[in-house]
Design a protein around this ligand. Structure first.
Ligand SMILES: [Zn+2]
Length: 500
């Protein structure tokens, strides 16, 4: 029987998986910053780690799964200002939307969802400890992490500070507060509040935490000083996860995580998805007209670390693949009159050959791509037998064999979260059939005036940045919602409802 091997981004190789406590796995996945619907790249990450979690459970581990919500952030604040509402209102809106979309994708609920605003004690404690240890310094109401005090900085991403300075001035994110920092690579742990911004009291004055420190504190609060798996998209490896390591390990002197898992990007039609390219696609927008299970299948067709090309052909192929699986998953109920495959038989034994091939594939760093081939073999055979039943009135395999294949398919598909859900099980949050990407409005209810003004503001900003593709996208998005724009010679934009 195979044993589980996992690619660890930290060591850059596959390692045998040995959790800290035998039989138990603590797992932390970086969640959304709640200022928008999550995009298909995020959806891939959440599905990929949900599959890993389900597989660990299938393999008998007791998995404790934590995913955070960042509900304090510059992007949330910006959106709140644009809409003229409190930051909390924006965060609540997109946290609710997160659950609607994640439920649709059959992503299991985490055991805990810590939020930055609920973790201020742990955050301030960690900053204080970093200060005590000489890893942090206050400057102008902010507090910064002194990157050069942590000799192991760069160990996760394999970057060296010297190299970054030498070659890549354009790529390094120099924060606005640069003038307060002692070193351009230092990053903010605590940001002083500008007038009118939400702020929390602290020993360094009123302000709010930086993004990286939130995760370090929430991991420690919920799972302890060393966890088994820390996961996120490959875009989080640097600087976010590198900074988490620097913060947590400087204080505890212990490894933050035994295994670091990073999933690959989604490219859209061969290009990296980004807002500036105008090919940004939310999961909500996709799922308005696409089967969530087909999307799960689409994600599982690639091993989770590999990049995925998001194309219409790929989506069409995944949808037809899902129809094949779906029909086979329903085999027992479709032919319950002809074959006696009773419900309690679901407890009976499985096809051990198929199970061991599935397990071998998944044990090799969660190779869902090969694992799926086992599912498709079972599904195609069941569907063939189904056709024989329909056309010839009999199968050419015994009921026992068919029952075993059917149960095996259900069991293995469930380990990947591929399940046929009756309509009543599928969450029915409102979803727009016509909404474009990043749309504030939801079908059945027109956009509010402030949502329209906000989108017009975003479009003006895009035009100012000469990002005409984005500007045009927003215009089309509004048109799809029945809002027409008229640009005035003085640069302002008027709008009206299509039929008024
Ligand atoms: Zn994080």
């Amino acid at each position: 029987m195979s044993s589980l091997a996992v690619y660890n981004s930290l060591s850059r190789r596959k390692e045998p998986f040995e959790p800290l406590k035998p039989g138990r796995v603590s797992m932390y996945v970086c969640g959304i910053t709640a200022y928008n619907y999550f995009h298909v790249g995020n959806a891939r990450a959440f599905v990929a780690f949900d599959v890993i979690r389900r597989y660990l459970k299938w393999r008998g581990y007791d998995v404790h799964y934590v995913q955070n919500f960042t509900d304090i952030d510059d992007k949330i604040l910006k959106r709140a200002t644009e809409e003229g509402v409190p930051m909390q209102e924006i965060a609540e809106r997109y946290i609710t939307a997160y659950f609607e979309d994640a439920d649709r994708l059959n992503i299991m609920r985490a055991d805990e969802y810590p939020r930055a605003t609920h973790s201020l004690d742990g955050i301030q404690r960690l900053i204080h400890e970093l200060e005590q240890g000489g890893y942090a310094y206050p400057a102008g109401g902010d507090v910064y992490y002194a990157v050069r005090q942590f000799p192991e900085y760069g160990k996760l991403s394999g970057r060296k500070l010297e190299d970054m300075q030498a070659g890549a001035s354009g790529r390094v994110d120099v924060e606005e507060e640069a003038e307060c920092k002692k070193d351009p690579f230092d990053f903010a742990l605590w940001k002083s509040a500008k007038p009118g911004e939400p702020a929390w009291e602290s020993p360094w004055g009123p302000g709010r935490p930086g993004w990286h420190i939130e995760c370090s504190a929430m991991v420690r609060d919920t799972l302890g000083e060393t966890i088994d798996i820390h996961a996120g998209g490959v875009d989080l490896q640097f600087p976010h996860h590198e900074n988490e390591i620097a913060q947590s390990e400087a204080v505890t002197g212990k490894p933050l995580a035994r295994y670091w898992l990073h999933n690959g990007f989604i490219n859209i039609d061969g290009e990296k998805m980004s807002k500036s390219l105008g090919n940004f696609r939310t999961a909500r927008d996709l799922l308005a007209s696409y089967d969530p299970m087909a999307f799960r299948l689409f994600v599982c067709q690639a091993q989770y670390r590999k990049p995925v090309d998001f194309t219409q052909e790929g989506l069409d192929a995944a949808l037809s693949g899902w129809r094949t699986l779906e029909s086979a998953l329903l085999f027992g109920s479709r032919f319950s009159k002809q074959l006696d495959l009773s419900e309690n038989a679901l407890e009976a034994d499985l096809d051990s050959e198929a199970v061991s091939r599935f397990r071998e594939a998944m044990d090799d760093d969660f190779n869902t791509s090969i694992a799926l081939s086992v599912l498709f073999e079972l599904a195609k055979e069941l569907n063939r037998q189904g056709n024989l039943l329909i056309h010839q009135g009999k199968t050419d395999a015994s009921t026992d064999v068919l029952g075993r294949q059917w149960r095996t398919l259900i069991d293995l598909a469930k380990a990947l979260g591929l399940e046929v859900r009756s309509t009543s099980e599928i969450p029915t949050g409102e979803i727009s059939a016509t909404a474009g990407p990043a749309t504030a409005g939801i079908a059945g209810r027109p956009l509010s005036n402030s949502e329209i003004e906000s989108l017009i503001g975003q479009r003006a900003a895009a035009r100012k940045a000469r990002n005409f593709a984005e500007a045009d996208r927003i215009r089309q998005e509004l048109a799809a919602q029945g809002v027409l724009l008229t640009d005035q010679p003085d640069g302002t934009t008027l709008w009206h409802w299509q039929d008024s």
